[in-house]
Design a protein around this ligand. Sequence first.
Ligand code: ATP
Length: 599
Amino acid sequence: MKFSQLASYLQKLENTPKRLEITSILADLIEKLSADEIDKGIYLSLGYLAAEFETEKFNIAEKMMVRILAQAYGVTAAEVQKQYSKSGDLGTVAENLAKKNKKFDLSVNDVHEKLLEIAKIAGSGSQEKKTAASAKLLNQADALSAKYIVRITLSLVRLGFTELTVLDALVQTINGAKDKNLKKKLEDRYRIHPDIGLVAKKVKENGLKGLKNVNMEVGVPVHAQKAQRLESVGEVVEKMGEVWVEQKFDGTRVQLHMDRNKKVKASDSTQQEMFVEEIFGKKSTFLIKTFTRNLEETTHQFPDIVEAAGKQIKADSVILDGEAMGYNRETGEFLPFQETIQRKRKHEVAAFAQQIPLKYMVFDILYLNGKSLVDETLLKRKEILNAVIKGGEKGGGLIEIASHVQTSKAEEISKFWAKTLKDGFEGIMIKKVNSPYEAGARSFTWVKMKKTDKQILGDTVDCVILGYYHGRGARAKFGIGGFLVAIWDEKQNMFKTITKVGSGLKDEDWVKLRELADSISTKEKPKNADIAPKFNCDVWTRPKIVVEIAADELSKSTEHSAGYALRFPRLIKFRTDKSPTDTTTPEEIAQLYNAKFGR
Ligand code: ATP
């Protein structure tokens, strides 16, 4: 397929907010793409270059794009800037400037290859090289192609659909009809190997049978299982039967991958860098990586976990699931999330690793020596885990196995619950003993109960910021006095507002938030967001910043599009580990509301 043809599909997708239409346009696109280009066509339409977890970043900022467009079209940077100020979108500027370019012969694969080359340029003089290569590509492109090439390069492609919509479209191409089972089969595979391009390619090549070739693989992050909420121990017993009760650690989720037979490749840059720097005076040549629940690689944050994995894991290859917690060396107590997460910046890792030692509390094993374990029961998986981690049960090592109590009795759960809260944990996790590991799911096989003494609302709510308001009074000096937040409604493909937040931040955090918001501000209201005019913000942002909000109450609302409003909301923390479509869901909000009335 020619790239210009793909560009016209992208335009069609951009012009409709309707989910069913989007799905059928995508299905048509999938039909037209050949098996050797379908993965690239899908990545590009989602705005990236490879499976989401391994995609290259362009590192091309708007300022640089202004220079690229000037060079490509032989105009001054001032002229490009002028047009940009008018339209607010560099894609549209490129489209205007490229109007005289009519024919564009490059195929989807050609453009993908060139974009990949551009993204990979690194080292000295890379800015100039990237500028020249991008200008050359744009110079050949017709107007519409130029628009989307610019948006892809700036990571600004937002056509209102996610990888899950692509799965819906794939279903349509398999049997032309909606079939719930078929979607589940595709989704199950995608959850254990989240490469939407690969799933599409295998289905294109071999129909449903092709899915057999989409398997769990060490080095490829698996979608993490998530937890449902229940408000009372009585409900737990009724709904779940025989369970394991574990402490809920307030750290950060870490999925660990290790394969003693896989060599570290040059492309495994974080691990290479880490060991080249020899932070711990050790070199490892086999693959060990860690990922967040959002599929982002975090290996550079945890050199100590990597080192312990090499020593404590008795297996050729594993994938483990657990929570990393900072702890106090003297008292042995765990530290809160905010302190554990401080290890984010690369250059600070070694210092923090000395100051804040870690425990990696492992609660599951998903893969062992070449075989997926997700279909085994929790009981069986824990048995395997105990055999795999040296000293895991007894503790002492950096990697420990989370302990549990097995029961089906309300009193025992309540006892564990009370003790856990007394010990300072944020709550308990309850898991069905005979359940498989459900990658990416939030079902009643895993349930969380959190302490509710401080806030009347049973749980905090994760939301995404849509924009902010200039402050009045004391806060006017920061230029920001509050912000509007929303939750993601997957079914309606829409962000729905739920409250305005004006407290919970220290002065310096207001300033930081404003700077962050300004760096992703947009001229127009965010797309795919249902916002009543009375909540219009002074500055709109792209929906990217995820925050955790606590509130005293949840009430029904006719003004907020979520249908509910959080009352007396305050910011608890920034959830950099979550993506914008990973907020609390409308169903969960309804559950929280119903729980209030004991329904
Ligand atoms: P929360 O804000 O309540 O942590 P969340 O939306 O981040 O919720 P959930 O999936 O709802 O995530 O809650 C489960 C999270 O709790 C996991 O992602 C994991 O990081 C953490 N966790 C802590 N202890 C455990 C445990 N023993 N078993 C499973 N998950 C645990």
